[in-house]
Design a protein around this ligand. Structure first.
Ligand SMILES: Nc1ccn([C@@H]2O[C@H](COP(=O)(O)OP(=O)(O)OP(=O)(O)O)[C@@H](O)[C@H]2O)c(=O)n1
Ligand SMILES: [Mg+2]
Length: 407
């Protein structure tokens, strides 16, 4: 197969390959970008594999960065782009099921491709668009199959994360996992516990955000792989609910985690925090999901959200909450929520027409914990439309509040 129309990313990278070839080495485009181009999907990063050793690569280009030199990877910088260029290599001795004990640089493309995970990821492409297909990856792309290169179990022992990658690709591409590969996942599922949570999380999130998430979930359940994901051993009921939802597509990791947390029926914020901490998500994500969960809890009981509920959540978490609520069956038109939010007297506490400094200057309160309480009452009163957001009105209100508290 020769691809005649290459995406601009490849066109821009051609001179890199040509420079390496002119020095007498081989160089190919490899990995996901070749797969996705054949599938007609947009590509993100262009990876290059070469017979040149790292020192040889570095001698050919003015600007390079040693991004992973011990594994043979050098980043070549060219016209504002960076190209990860990795020497053909074989690997051996995967005692920890994560990474090889030893990497050996080789001069043979075939040796390099045969240690890759799936046939659809073991394609290489020359600068002229000619696809090198040594493991029948093209046939598997055609029949939409995810098949390990060689013996599936060996591939999963080399890197157990590949089991998550298989179910993630099933979702992203809408492919089927070939039976022997699926069986090897079922047989080796517990090896997932050897993998860093962060790596598992990336694949899990990609699965949830994929085009056909239910396909990925079905594979995850059929193999029992989910049981070895953090905090997921008992989550078969949640996964069943997820798979039973009418067709869904998620647009963000915030939506994904909010949906999971909701379907898990977690009782409170502490439980949500505990789950997300186990998955090592960012604190921003935890805050967002907790805010969205609060909104969903409120929406479930009353279709009209209270001003403080709207205010505390903020526009982004409101959108997440309502999107997920619509998926599970009790959402509102987004325009209704947006209009209610826009109608709030203020959307940000910094928009309050009176601040702590003003309260001190006017000697309403002395510095100390009371200050925060008075400001919180002011904020609530303004958001609820009890006091208008003007400094004189707020000052009067603050004096009243402070006096009451003095009594
Ligand atoms: N555990 C892994 C990770 C990667 N690879 C190989 O390295 C390539 C690039 O890896 P990566 O960028 O992580 O994945 P992609 O397949 O490119 O998928 P994506 O589009 O998500 O980047 C893969 O295609 C595959 O050939 C592998 O064999 N085993
Ligand atoms: Mg990639």
């Amino acid at each position: 197969m020769i691809l005649t129309q290459l995406p601009t990313e490849f066109e821009q990278a051609k001179p890199i390959i040509e420079t390496i070839e002119a020095a007498g080495f081989e160089a190919y485009f490899v990995g996901g970008s070749v797969r996705d181009t054949i599938l007609g999907k947009p590509i993100h990063d262009v990876d290059i594999a070469t017979s040149a050793f790292p020192a040889e690569v570095k001698s050919l280009f003015k600007r390079t960065v040693d991004t992973g030199i011990e594994h043979g990877t050098v980043m070549i910088l060219d016209h504002g782009n960076g190209y990860e260029t990795t020497t053909f290599r074989t690997e051996s001795g995967y005692q920890d099921f994560r990474r090889p004990d030893q990497v050996t640089f080789v001069r043979s493309l075939k040796e390099d491709l045969k240690r890759r995970d799936f046939t659809i990821n073991a394609l290489a492409m020359r600068a002229n668009g000619e696809v090198i297909d040594l493991f029948d990856g093209l046939a598997d792309l055609d029949t939409r199959v995810i098949r390990a290169v060689g013996v599936a179990e060996d591939r999963f022992h080399e890197d157990a994360l590949r089991m998550m990658r298989a179910v993630r690709f099933a979702s992203q591409l809408g492919f089927t996992i070939e039976p022997a590969t699926a069986q090897a996942i079922a047989d080796n599922a517990q090896l997932l516990t050897k993998i860093a949570v962060e790596r598992t999380r990336v694949e899990w999130e990609k699965l949830l955000l994929g085009q056909q998430p239910v396909r990925g979930l079905q594979a995850l359940v059929a193999s029992a792989l989910y049981r070895y994901m953090p905090q997921m051993a008992d989550q078969a009921p949640m996964l069943t609910k997820l798979m039973a939802l009418p067709t869904w597509h998620l647009a963000s990791v915030e939506e994904a985690w909010t949906l999971l947390v909701w379907l898990m029926g977690l009782p409170n914020e502490a439980a949500i925090r505990q789950l997300l901490k186990a998955w090592k998500t960012s604190n921003e994500l935890i805050d967002h999901v907790m805010a969205a969960w609060q909104v969903m809890t409120a929406l479930q009981h009353d279709s009209k959200l209270a001003p403080m509920t709207l205010f505390k959540a903020g526009a982004a978490a409101l959108k997440t909450a309502n999107t997920v609520a619509n998926l599970v069956g009790f959402g509102q038109p987004q325009a209704t929520i947006d209009a209610a939010y826009e109608a709030l007297p203020i959307q940000d506490k910094h928009a309050l027409a009176l601040n702590g400094g003003d309260l001190l200057k006017q000697q309403v309160v002395k510095p100390g914990p009371r200050m925060g309480q008075v400001l919180a009452q002011l904020l609530t009163a303004v958001v609820n439309g009890k006091v208008s957001n003007e400094s004189s009105a707020l000052l009067d209100f603050a004096r009243m509040v402070a006096d009451t508290e003095n009594d």
